[in-house]
Design a binder for this molecule. Structure first.
Ligand code: SF4
Length: 349
């Protein structure tokens, strides 16, 4: 089986070169071709020796694939479908699994929301991905391929790990992708162009805080533990109180931004008692709250609150000195909005 070199870090490529007797500098050349020039074949890597290109063609591949389907929303949001069939996946029974990435243009910003797993184990009850179950991790190559292979790749200003899957449940691959995005031998992006979202797997989050300066978004959604556990089963294993306590200790850390994602559900978490509890648990943490109106999705019993309820909730947070924004809904008509990614092909038009 051929080895996928796309997604490997400089040190992993140096190890491969040493193993095969290629010069050490060839690893840096491979990075330049894959990550800075974005080539998709070894034959284009013209400063590598012919012998090395021959060996690479025989033993390795570059896991670059392009979207198999694109849907465009009336608001300009685009949803891309990638086939993540992986011959090397031991769990794969010949099935094809798809993941989705969402391109969200907004003024000067061009954000790509990417997936890190096929499905998800976390089981959040309001999320279409969570209802599908888990079908495997994406490799670093498959994560990065979404960024490199959308048509807007070169114009992206931001990447958010908020698509299908829980990034901290696939830490090694996500961390390799972060390295490629931020290292001088990779895309050399500032980590502040990247946000990793998590339900709050506290020990892994502690590791991420040590190893990367990227922004963090916590999927909070309810400040009361028992109510949060009703919609997010992982609350039982990783209570958000412990996550917040750990974040408060890291509060001084660099220029990173910590945000709390709070989807408002009608009658569940949208009254002023919930707002007051949210204010209480966030005391002492410098963070922003992103309010998100729930997007009605197939198979869930949840509903969105009225505009008035949302405005009252937001007003309460602001009056209590919480930096708070209401995230505009994007791509709802193509099932690209928050919590709606299913990794399924759209029916033919
Ligand atoms: Fe997984 Fe995120 Fe959906 Fe929860 S909301 S099930 S963590 S993809």
């Amino acid at each position: 089986m051929k080895r996928d070199l796309f997604g490997l870090t400089l040190s992993e490529l140096q190890a491969l070169c040493a193993e095969q007797g290629f010069p050490k500098f060839a690893a840096k050349q491979l990075c330049d071709w894959m990550y800075k020039k974005g080539v998709t074949t070894f034959d284009e890597m013209t400063n590598l020796s012919l012998a090395m290109r021959g060996w690479l063609n025989g033993h390795c591949l570059l896991g670059r694939t392009f979207p198999v389907q694109t849907q465009t929303s009336v608001d300009g949001t685009k949803k891309y479908l990638f086939d993540c069939h992986n011959e090397a996946d031991v769990n794969n029974r010949g099935e094809h699994h798809f993941v989705e990435s969402v391109f969200i243009p907004s003024g000067e910003r061009a954000t790509l929301c990417i997936s890190c797993q096929k499905g998800c184990k976390m089981g959040c009850r309001f999320c279409v991905t969570g209802q599908q179950g888990f079908h495997g991790h994406l490799s670093a190559s498959q994560i990065l391929n979404q960024i490199f292979s959308v048509p807007e790749s070169e114009t992206l200003t931001n990447v958010v790990f908020m698509g299908m899957g829980e990034p901290l449940d696939n830490y090694d691959a996500v961390y390799s992708a972060l390295e490629v995005l931020t290292a001088p031998w990779g895309l050399a992006w500032s980590p502040h162009r990247i946000t990793v979202s998590t339900v709050g797997i506290t020990p892994v989050l502690a590791r991420l805080l040590e190893e990367s300066d990227c922004h963090i978004a916590i999927s909070l959604h309810n400040a009361y533990p028992t109510e949060r556990a009703d919609i997010m089963p992982m609350e039982k294993a990783y209570p958000v109180a412990a996550t917040l306590a750990m974040l408060k200790r890291y509060n001084w850390y660099g220029q990173r931004r910590i945000s709390m994602e709070y989807i408002l559900f009608k009658g569940l978490n949208d009254d002023l008692t919930h707002a007051a509890e949210l204010v209480r648990i966030l005391q002492g943490l410098h963070c922003r709250v992103n309010l998100i109106r729930f997007h009605a999705s197939p198979g869930t019993p949840f509903r969105a609150p009225s505009d008035e309820t949302i405005a009252t909730f937001q007003e309460y947070l602001k009056r209590h000195d919480i930096n708070c924004t209401l995230r505009a809904s994007r791509g709802e008509d193509i099932m690209a909005a928050c919590g709606l990614l299913a990794g399924t092909q759209a029916p033919p038009a």
